[in-house]
Design a protein. Structure first.
Length: 86
């Protein structure tokens, strides 16, 4: 549920980014200002969500490495996993 809400925010952020590039919006200062303000309000959340998704991907990759045969890589993955789970 939490991730669904973050996905919705990210989707709206991207929609607003596209709108701000469209001639219809750039030609209307009031609409442009409104869209820019809304987009700016989502920017910190979207940036943090991108970091969260990156950490999730790295965690997933490290778990796959644990299944591999390279002992050095497995050792590194074991060290990184607790850091990524924080």
């Amino acid at each position: 549920m939490f991730r669904n809400r973050l996905d919705e925010i990210e989707k709206r952020f991207n929609e607003l980014s596209n709108l701000l590039a469209s001639p219809e919006v750039t030609g209307n200062p009031e609409v442009y200002r409104k869209c820019a303000k809304e987009r700016a309000s989502f920017e910190p959340t979207v940036a943090l969500y991108a970091e969260l998704k990156k950490a999730d991907k790295e965690l997933e990759d490290n778990k796959l490495i644990l299944e591999g045969k390279d002992e050095d890589m497995r050792s590194l993955a074991k060290e990184e996993i607790p850091l990524l789970q924080k």
